[in-house]
Design a protein around this ligand. Structure first.
Ligand code: FAD
Length: 447
């Protein structure tokens, strides 16, 4: 079970001997949530010499989904001082992603180093409880004050400005915290965006997911292919499975499909998962004979974003701002990037002592441009886009596709790819329509 996956970790309070939080507390920056986005922002702000307090409702290590990295995360991990810790960790190394279509045909693996033979082209498949604790401890090492088991129970506003944040401490007492800037990194709780009603769900991506962990499932031979993320489509392209090998012989296996389809019948998550495994022989053969070591987890309707990234004295990062879809493993990349970009904007504002919405939103255009590129790629996948067919037809765009898949989405030049992609999709639609007409014409005539 998950508890045993967490067994190697230390109790974080061994590291942190803090006196109880006072009933009234002031700080320069208050971060709500100590996941990867919150830990990124806290570390960068602490590195820049700011006073940072992180409040996290759970006691780490705590379970979380989202285990596969994009290679471009390398640069943020390096900036955070996490790179050496990753290199000496037991996390499985990931060199590629591979797609398997609904008839079981495997694409060539996309080896990231073919694009750039630098160590940044290798990334990791992590166990999130372990990784998130490393990140939070790293923030502590750089000087952030971290309070676990400290839950935000209310955010008090004065107009659109946050006046104070009320938290419940581990002993159930309460504290009121005031800060120059509040960073909402509370993940899908999206505390501030929900309070201000600025969160919008993505109607083109009404998806749901069911997943579990398996021990002893099929693994490719170690080094190059062992850590590949596999994306395997189910019959009729109704959904897809992820297959993410982790250390200790564990594989994370999950299915994603339309919310209405996945849960349309009154079945248990286990029954639905089994139904989808039957619809995906390539997954079935990989997990046959393995032992399921957790219960099933479910989540739904997870694609949304907020109308803006910041207000007069607050900012939203990571999932608290928005989440796209798990298909390209972009969640952590966006959490790191938004955490870093927001931290830089906050630090610049604090240094000039001019803190306002305009200053705190300075990173918004660049961030949204990168996020929207990934969103386009997500939409394309669900509309039947084939990477293999695209690269065969437009080999000159292979580099752009690899850039998108590694998460290097914040640079110029990438947008050239959308026009040929639309062209290919149009051609494929026409071809499908033609095939449908032809197969109708060839039906035997009933007499
Ligand atoms: C099915 C699925 C599969 C995914 N797979 C991948 C993948 O393979 N790769 C990838 O990169 N991403 C993946 N993701 C996305 C990834 O999980 C998230 O994008 C990532 O965890 C975001 O980090 P975060 O720090 O913003 O939020 P979180 O990791 O959710 O951290 C938020 C923190 O805030 C705390 N918090 C919440 N409310 C409060 C409160 N009231 N008071 C105090 N603290 C609070 C929580 O306890 C939590 O620790 C997946 C997501 C889904 C749904």
């Amino acid at each position: 079970m998950i508890e045993s996956i967490n067994k190697n970790l230390h109790d974080s309070r061994d590291i942190d001997h803090l006196p109880p939080l006072s009933p009234e507390k002031e700080t320069e920056v208050l971060v709500l949530g100590g996941g990867p986005a919150g830990a990124t922002a806290a570390t960068i702000l602490a590195q820049a010499g700011h006073q940072v307090l992180v409040v996290e409702r759970e006691k780490f290590p705590r379970f979380h989904i989202g285990e596969s990295f994009m290679p471009d995360t390398y640069w943020i991990l390096r900036r955070l001082g996490m790179l050496d810790k990753m290199k000496t960790s037991q996390f499985v190394r990931k060199y590629s992603v591979q797609f398997v279509n609904d008839s079981g045909k495997e694409s060539q693996p996309f080896y990231f180093f073919e694009n750039n033979p630098h160590e940044c082209s290798q990334t990791w498949q992590v166990v999130r409880s372990e990784f998130d604790q490393m990140m939070l401890n790293n923030a502590r090492e750089y000087g952030a004050e971290v309070r676990e088991e400290t839950r935000v129970i209310d955010v008090q506003f004065d107009g659109e400005s946050v006046k104070a944040v009320r938290v419940q401490n581990p002993d159930s007492s309460e504290s009121i915290i005031r800060a120059k800037v509040v960073v909402d990194a509370s993940g899908q709780s999206s505390i501030i965006a929900n309070r201000l009603k600025i969160r919008e769900s993505d109607n083109r991506l009404k998806k749901a997911s069911i997943w579990a962990y398996f021990k002893g499932a099929k693994r490719e031979p170690a080094k190059l292919d062992e850590g590949a993320t596999l994306v395997l489509q189910t019959k009729g392209k109704k959904g897809w499975f992820w297959y993410i090998p982790q250390h200790n012989d564990i594989v994370s296996v999950g299915v994603v499909s339309d919310l209405n389809y996945l849960f349309e019948e009154k079945l248990t998550p286990e029954e639905i998962f089994a139904r989808e495994v039957e619809n995906c022989p390539s997954i079935k053969s990989r997990i046959e004979g393995s032992e399921r070591v957790t219960n099933f987890f479910t989540t739904k309707d997870f694609s949304y974003r907020s109308k803006k990234v910041a207000g007069p004295n607050w900012t939203l990062i990571g999932d608290a701002f928005g989440f796209l879809d798990p298909i390209y493993s972009s969640g952590l990349q966006l959490a790191f990037r938004s955490g870093a970009m927001a931290a830089d904007a906050i630090s610049a504002a604090l240094k000039t002592d001019i803190i306002n919405e305009q200053k705190l939103r300075e990173w918004e255009p660049a961030f949204l441009q990168g996020m929207n590129r990934l969103r386009n790629l997500v939409y394309a996948f669900y509309e039947g886009f084939s990477f293999g067919a695209f690269i065969r037809r437009f080999p000159e765009h292979q580099r752009h596709i690899t850039d998108l898949l590694i998460g290097d989405v914040f640079k110029e030049g990438l947008d050239e790819v959308w026009e040929p992609m639309a062209l290919l999709q149009e051609e494929m639609k026409n071809q499908e329509a033609m095939q449908a007409v032809m197969s109708k014409d060839l039906q035997p005539i009933a007499v």
